[in-house]
Structure formats: structure tokens, C-alpha cells
Design a binder for this molecule. Structure first.
Ligand code: AMP
Length: 224
């Protein structure tokens, strides 16, 4: 079966993590979330975590040279060989170019970039109510996606917390960073014929159905 190498693109709070959780089960893809990797590094107090924390707390991007190496190494590991789902990377043009080069060197290529589009005001409302589990970052929302038991993750039983960077002031900063540095990647991938757009204001299930159908078609086309 041909491999699916997919990028999830969209503002913070678009539902990239939620969709990635579902799609990795549908298509047996490795979910690579740079945000989750960096938060784990901060938690563990590694060198990477120490370098990343100050940027993350301010809602700014970690420098390209820090994150690019992390991802290119990760994609060469055994469990990434049958396809991957990148969530939160690339976020700048240099990151997108580095990914393109790294995949080319490995004799691999991108299948598609999935843009989950959501207006700014919806992002702010969503993120200020977001809670994530401490262990794996599984996402919940105080109004729209409550866990079965208060403050406990349905999947792994760990405690739910609000991320420091989900406070409203930081959310606005992250949106500004997205619009300035990451949104230009929409044209970057459109020019390469790789961009697929999804309406992120629909329910998670509707977005998921739409993406799943698109990926299934892309895989079929690739096999023919
Ligand atoms: P996320 O959970 O994807 O919103 O990421 C949380 C924070 O981690 C971001 O606000 C950035 O500070 C940092 N981060 C995650 N991915 C990247 C990336 N590809 N490039 C730079 N910084 C990143």
C-alpha cells in the first residue's frame, strides 16, 4: 500500500490535534505533533525544552534551527516509514523548504497539505475553553467536548489542565504569529498542487469525514 505523508495546516485551535488523533487510527499513520514534543521536552527538562520554553510561554515560534533537526530526525525513525501526519510543522517558509529537501533526500514525497480553516474570533473562543490531558495532550473543551468524568482524560486517565499558552492574551499573540509567519505556507503548498481545504467551523465529525474521504481518494489515485 502506498504511504500517506500528510501535513495538517491551520491556526491554533483549528482542530488539528483532534483530527490527527482520528486519522492516525483510520490510516495507521504516525502522528507527529511538534507542540506535544516540545511540551514533553519542557516537562522533562531536556536541553531542547530549556531552549524552547521561553518562546512557547510568549506565544512565539521556537527558532527554525532548533525545530527542523528534531523533525527531520523523527521522520527517519522506523515508525515513520509507513506514512506520517505532521501537526504543527512546518510553520515557516524555511521549515517548509527544509522538509521538502529532507523528504527528497530520503526518496519520499508529500501526499497533501490539509488546511483546516477557522476565523480568528472562533479560534479565541475555542482556545480559551480548551483543556488538554497532562500525559498526552488529548484535547477537550469546557463547553463542547467534556470528558466523561470531570477533569480526567477519557483515554489515559491523566488530569486535564489549561495550557499556559491558551490564556487569551497569548492566544491573540499566537494568532498574529500564525497570520504573519505560517499563513504564507497556504500559497507555498497551493503552488505545488498539494493544498486541500477544509471548513474548520464544521463539527469535528464532519471535518473528519471530509478529510478521511479526501485521503482515501488520494491513496486510491496513487495506487492506480
Ligand atoms: P502547538 O501546540 O502546535 O500550538 O505549539 C505550541 C508552541 O510550540 C507554539 O506556540 C510554538 O512556540 C512551539 N512550536 C510548535 N511547533 C513549532 C514549529 N514548527 N516551529 C516553531 N515553534 C513551534
Amino acid at each position: 500500500m502506498s504511504e500517506l505523508n500528510v501535513i495538517l495546516l491551520g491556526p491554533p485551535g483549528a482542530g488539528k490535534g483532534t483530527q490527527a488523533e482520528r486519522l492516525q487510527d483510520d490510516f495507521h499513520l504516525l502522528h507527529v505533533s511538534t507542540g506535544n514534543m516540545l511540551r514533553a521536552a519542557v516537562e522533562e527538562g531536556t536541553e531542547l525544552g530549556r531552549r524552547a520554553k521561553e518562546y512557547m510561554d510568549r506565544g512565539e515560534l521556537v527558532p527554525d534551527d532548533v525545530i527542523i533537526g528534531v523533525i527531520t530526525d523523527r521522520l527517519q525513525e522506523e515508525d515513520a516509514q509507513d506514512g506520517f501526519l505532521l501537526d504543527g510543522f512546518p510553520r515557516t517558509r524555511p521549515q517548509a523548504e527544509a522538509l521538502e529537501t529532507a523528504l527528497k533526500d530520503l526518496g519520499r514525497s508529500l501526499t497533501a497539505t490539509l488546511l483546516i480553516d477557522v476565523p480568528d474570533d472562533v479560534v479565541v473562543r475555542r482556545l480559551s475553553g480548551r483543556r488538554v490531558c497532562q500525559k498526552a495532550g488529548h484535547p477537550y473543551h469546557v463547553d463542547t467536548n467534556r470528558p466523561k468524568h470531570d477533569n480526567v482524560c477519557d483515554i489515559d486517565g491523566s488530569r486535564l489542565i489549561q495550557r499556559d499558552d491558551d490564556r487569551e492574551e497569548t492566544v491573540r499573540k499566537r494568532l498574529q504569529v500564525y497570520n504573519e509567519q505560517t499563513a504564507p505556507l497556504i500559497d507555498f503548498y497551493d503552488e505545488r498542487g498539494l493544498l486541500k481545504r477544509f471548513d474548520g467551523t464544521r463539527t469535528p465529525t464532519e471535518v473528519h469525514d471530509h478529510i478521511r474521504a479526501t485521503l482515501a481518494t488520494l491513496r486510491l489515485e496513487d495506487e492506480i
